[in-house]
Write a protein that binds this ligand. Structure first.
Ligand code: GTP
Ligand code: MG
Length: 219
């Protein structure tokens, strides 16, 4: 007799299907020469603000962005002001993007005309961790106002990312942010993960971030 609870089984199958689709997407991106970077974080950690600045600065690349939210097209409207092609994905009650949503959102876009595609996930430190989107690089953002312990409390989202970005460092003093503790906690969740510190507001650290992006997407 199968004793696995039915919901667990359904979830496992859904994840497996997502993995297969994500793999197909990854092949498609590679064939078209598009580098895909996704961003995950808690709500309000600064994903859209970082993307606004990045899209505006990354003029040497042909860039586009997709952004997932439960509701509103606000983030897409903000990003579209940079002049880059942007699509909003409304997830309704779903707390993460999945590969099928990305595939659908790609309709009407010619990937051969893009160098770099950013995907902003729904603000959430739990659900997005389990869903591969076919991206090449996953960024996890941690803003200084969230507390240094988040990598310990939400290890999976940090463990499944490739780069950690500590955001809003202009506010670090005001909230007595302990950067050494934060960095140590990130390393505990994912040993060896590169960490970038920046403020999209003041521009501090933005050059280093853009250099990192260039290096990781150059070949
Ligand atoms: N001081 C400061 N504020 C920032 C910085 N980056 C973002 N913010 C502010 O933080 C708030 C949330 O920023 P968003 O970029 O919308 O955050 P988000 O992660 O896209 O939010 P969701 O998509 O809703 O999850 C806004 O009021 C931003 O102006 C920063 O570097 N410094
Ligand atoms: Mg946003």
């Amino acid at each position: 007799m199968n004793t696995t609870p039915r919901l667990v089984e359904v979830r496992r199958n859904a994840l497996k299907q997502n993995d297969l689709l994500a793999r197909a997407l990854r092949d498609r991106f590679r064939e078209a020469g598009v580098r895909v970077v996704s961003l995950v974080s808690s709500p309000g950690a600064g994903k859209t603000t970082l993307l606004e600045k990045t899209l505006s600065a990354a003029r040497r690349w042909r860039v586009a962005a997709m952004v997932g939210d439960l509701a509103t097209e606000n983030d897409a409207a903000r990003l579209a002001r940079t002049g880059a092609p942007v699509k909003q994905i409304i997830t309704g009650a779903v707390c993460h993007l999945d590969a099928a949503m990305i595939e659908r959102a790609l309709e009407g876009w010619n990937l051969d005309e893009l160098d770099l595609l950013f995907i902003e996930n729904v603000g959430n430190l739990v659900c997005p961790a389990s869903y591969d989107l076919g991206e090449e690089l996953r960024l996890v953002l941690l803003s200084v106002t969230e507390g240094e312990d988040k990598p310990l409390k939400y290890p999976t989202i940090f463990n499944t990312a490739d780069v950690a970005v500590i955001t809003k460092i202009d506010l670090a003093g005001a909230v007595e942010f302990d950067r050494d503790v934060a960095r140590e906690n990130i390393q505990r969740a994912r040993p060896g993960m590169p960490i970038i510190e920046l403020s999209a507001k003041t521009g501090e650290g933005m050059e280093a971030w853009l250099r990192f992006l260039q290096l990781r997407t150059a070949d």
